[in-house]
Write a protein that binds this ligand. Structure first.
Ligand code: CP
Length: 319
């Protein structure tokens, strides 16, 4: 089946989703990110790969980590970065997403980094650019609805590879609100493509997608069983803003059953790492003693996110 992110030569021209990305493309991004991590450690943290290019950040949803690290990554590649202030833009007056895009293309945009509450918004823009025959303008999905957050998935893979080296022997538990999580979907696609031994989806039945097993994961409704002997624990936030209706008795009850406390973490392997895409809700899905503890790699995830986003942008822009 045709993958809209790849051109006829199999090269990445947009990053819309990890689903369907060949293993070698994922590995190439992770390897490229390793070289950019060294750039970020230098006194002069810049390379000229995107000099003269204009990167437009279009964030129609709130963000701390993704928006900031995309901006830092683009600047370290020497691009000009334009952050559209959506609340002050003409979308607030009723302009459509594609009319906004057309106007920014008329300003010679080279790349759009798009976060949107609607699943499929970055695909819509990429499809529009294809119809306009503008293969020189690229789209990176920075999180769309419940669908995908591919650069988070990639930085999670970078983090796991950094600490664990070989994917093939790993048991990875993804814990919490998987139903509403675009991060969980991107992580599951990446982990299964990279060939981990086992991916576990751990949470209450009300917060697991129907047929999640068809994505190649083992389901656990009991946190104790789900954590047992795993190498990597990825905790997820309760996405209250995407829930319709009450799916849980209370946040306190949720923490009692699914919160990651030091005692719960002892069920995982002693050298297991704890990840979280952020923002964290301390005392809801994770105890502060774990979030700030020696097994947490939550802040290194953010640092690696810059290098991974530099890799994605430089690869899709053809460098
Ligand atoms: N992980 C993540 O997407 O965080 P932000 O919402 O702060 O960008």
């Amino acid at each position: 089946m045709h993958n809209p992110q790849l051109n006829a030569n199999g090269e990445l021209t947009h990053l819309l989703s990890i689903e369907g990305l060949p293993r070698e493309v994922i590995v190439h991004i992770l390897d490229t990110a390793s070289s950019f991590l060294k750039v970020s450690a230098r006194e002069v943290k810049k390379v000229p790969l995107l000099r003269g290019k204009s990167v437009f950040n279009l964030f129609f949803e709130n963000s701390t980590r993704t928006r900031t690290t995309f901006e830092i990554a683009a600047k370290r590649l020497s691009a000009d970065v334009i952050n559209l202030d959506v609340t002050r833009s003409s979308t607030a007056k009723g302009e459509t997403l594609l009319d906004t895009v057309d106007n920014l293309v008329a300003m010679h945009a080279d790349m759009f980094v798009v976060r949107h509450a609607a699943s499929g918004a970055p695909h819509l823009i990429a499809d529009h650019l294809r119809r306009l025959q503008r293969s020189d303008v690229h789209v990176v999905n920075a999180g769309d609805g419940r669908h995908a957050h591919p650069t988070q998935g990639l930085l999670d893979m970078y983090t796991i590879r950094h600490y664990k080296r070989d994917f093939s022997q790993l048991v990875v538990a993804i814990v919490g609100d998987i139903l509403h999580s675009r991060v969980a979907r991107s992580d599951i696609h990446a982990l299964t493509t990279l060939g981990v031994a086992e991916v576990r989806a751990v949470g209450p039945q009300t917060l697991l997608p129907a047929c999640v097993e068809s994505m190649g994961v083992r389901v656990f409704n009991d946190l104790r069983l789900g954590l047992r002997d795993c190498d990597v624990v990825i905790m997820l936030r309760l996405q209250n803003e995407r829930m319709s209706g009450t799916l849980l008795p209370s946040a306190r009850e949720y923490f009692r059953c699914y919160g990651l406390t030091p005692a719960m973490l002892e069920l995982a392997k002693p050298e297991a790492i704890v990840m979280h895409p952020g923002p964290m809700n301390r005392g809801v899905e994770i105890d502060s003693d774990v979030a700030d503890g020696p097994q947490a790699v939550i802040l290194p995830q953010v640092t690696y996110g810059i290098a991974v986003r530099m890799a994605v942008m430089s690869i899709i822009a053809g460098n």
